[in-house]
Design a protein around this ligand. Structure first.
Ligand code: SF4
Ligand code: SF4
Length: 489
């Protein structure tokens, strides 16, 4: 990391500063305009004093914090944010104004959790803080409207399908080109522009397709594992091929895969945005759908969803009716690469792999690498493909700016991180990029365009097992397949 890109080097030695308006960084969320309320957190699950006190202000987390890297502002570092929580917990500051701005600017990427030598559980602190803001801080009406619109769309598969139809019509009528040519696109508010540019191209037959309810391993052998799969919301509508590939790969590796039809949103977006009632309701519904199935694991191929499903035990810990069920449920959740690596370790690959002669870059989704601690497993799974050259990215620990709804609500910061990630990807000159989160695929796709295939790791493994070309992934509208043997370098 260069000195210019690491303004935190000196500040690591300094302690937290006083709170004040930032000199740079993200736009104000408008919270300063809110009426002042009494200082501190309310009594509903505030951040725990013990967890706040675990931070010894050493600053080791600063170089991995994307917002600190962008702005060099103490209050936009993990240490600074914990200091703000400390003051709020003591009742010395209110939650509106700067407090909300600095917490809103946090990506929730949890790079600070994996880099903290003192084991500070910033994830727990943030997840206790964000609901406090949602309950107690009145956002400006455009901000509220925008956030409500996001939550009125993303957790609902039918609405996403309707949006997919509108998106296809929007592209067929060449509206994006018209907006760009007339200069209107440039004049759109940043949030609208981000929403427009992140709109994923989609095949309608994929958006409306149903996954098979049950898929068994080939032949008559007893399954190595029985699993139930979460198909996701955005994942199933816009990345249906990744779901199909996941089922095929798990079956080829000897698993029986169930996909319950009644499943809905797991609540990940709500949980990470502090919408606790929304997240708790979705968590309970997901536990009801999956909890009693006779399976060994509940498998997820979306990093953000897997991370939140593993957190149900914490989310519902105070609910006597659900706490134990949530604990049992969370213990069964596995990221698909976690399970595939486990199967590889046990008996080696069940399905032969065809060689793929390509240089493939792996981008760690934060909710896999930092939130779930899954770093080696996807790499091990990809290394099981003969002749594949797997490369890591520079600054692999730094978020791409996707972070749930972050690239929609904090578009400027997300854009800087997205461009930086795209540059780091180009620097290793890969033939394809793999990452296990649809949000990351859309975010880096926004800045890489059609430069190279962007796909989920299981899609690459599926291609190796079936002996077919690397799928292009989004944008699927391009339809171009890249030969496994070709190299764009
Ligand atoms: S969060 Fe951890 S690494 Fe960061 S300042 Fe606190 S103790 Fe140090
Ligand atoms: S979660 Fe990410 S953005 Fe937020 S403080 Fe930690 S490292 Fe920084």
């Amino acid at each position: 990391m260069t000195a210019e890109r690491n303004p935190g080097a000196d500040a690591q030695k300094a302690g937290p500063k006083t709170i004040g308006p930032k000199t740079g960084g993200p736009p104000a969320a408008g919270a300063a305009a809110n009426a002042a309320r009494s200082a501190g957190f309310d009594a509903t699950r505030p951040p725990e004093r013990d967890l706040i006190d675990d931070c010894v202000h050493c600053g080791f987390c600063l170089p991995t914090c994307p917002t600190y890297q962008l702005w060099g502002e103490e209050m936009d570092s993990p240490r600074g944010r914990i200091y703000l929580m400390d003051l709020a917990e003591r009742g010395e500051i209110g939650l509106d104004g700067p407090f909300t701005e600095h917490i809103d600017a946090c990506l929730g990427c949890m790079a600070c959790v994996t880099s903290c030598p003192s084991g500070v559980r910033y994830n727990r602190l943030l997840e206790a803080t964000r609901p406090q803001i949602e309950r107690n801080v009145r956002r400006t009406w455009p901000d509220r409207l925008f956030r409500d619109a996001i939550f009125a769309l993303f957790p609902y598969r039918r609405r996403l399908r309707a949006a997919a139809v509108l998106g296809v019509a929007y592209r067929k009528m060449r509206v994006p080109r018209l907006l760009a040519r007339t200069g209107i696109a440039r004049r759109l508010p940043a949030r609208m522009r981000a929403a427009e540019e992140l709109l994923p191209p989609v095949r309608l037959r994929d958006a409306f397709a149903a996954l098979p309810r049950r898929t068994g391993p080939p032949g008559t052998a007893a399954p190595r594992r029985r699993v139930a799969m979460l198909s996701g919301c955005v994942q199933d509508v816009f990345f249906h091929q990744a779901n199909l590939a996941t089922i095929r790969v798990l079956a080829a590796e000897g698993c029986e895969v169930l996909v319950p039809r009644a499943q809905g949103c797991c609540g990940a977006l709500g949980l990470h945005a502090g919408r606790e009632p929304h997240a708790a309701a979705r968590a309970k519904r997901t536990i009801e759908t999956f909890g009693d199935l006779p399976v060994d694991h509940i498998v997820v191929n979306v990093a953000g969803c897997g991370s939140s499903m593993k957190e149900y035990a914490d989310l519902l810990a105070d609910d006597p009716e659900w706490a134990e069920r949530a604990r049992r449920f969370s213990a069964k959740v596995r990221d698909v690469t976690e399970l595939l690596a486990e199967l590889l370790d046990e008996d080696g690959p069940a399905a032969p792999r065809h060689p793929i002669r390509a240089r493939v870059a792996y981008h760690d989704a934060c909710h896999l690498r930092h939130a779930q601690g899954i770093r080696e497993q996807p790499r091990a799974v990809l290394r099981s493909i003969p002749e594949l050259e797997l490369v890591d990215l520079p600054e692999a620990e730094i978020c791409c700016g996707s972070a749930g709804i972050y690239n929609l609500v904090q578009p400027e910061a997300a854009a800087e991180l997205g461009r930086r990630k795209a540059d780091n990807i180009r620097a290793v000159r890969p033939d394809a990029l793999v990452t296990a989160n649809p949000g990351c695929l859309l975010q880096v796709g926004r800045y890489l365009g059609d430069e190279l295939p962007l796909i989920h790791p299981v899609e690459l493994l599926d291609a190796a097992i079936r002996g077919v070309d690397i799928p292009h992934g989004p944008p699927p509208a391009q339809g171009a397949a890249v030969s496994r043997k070709s190299s764009s370098r």
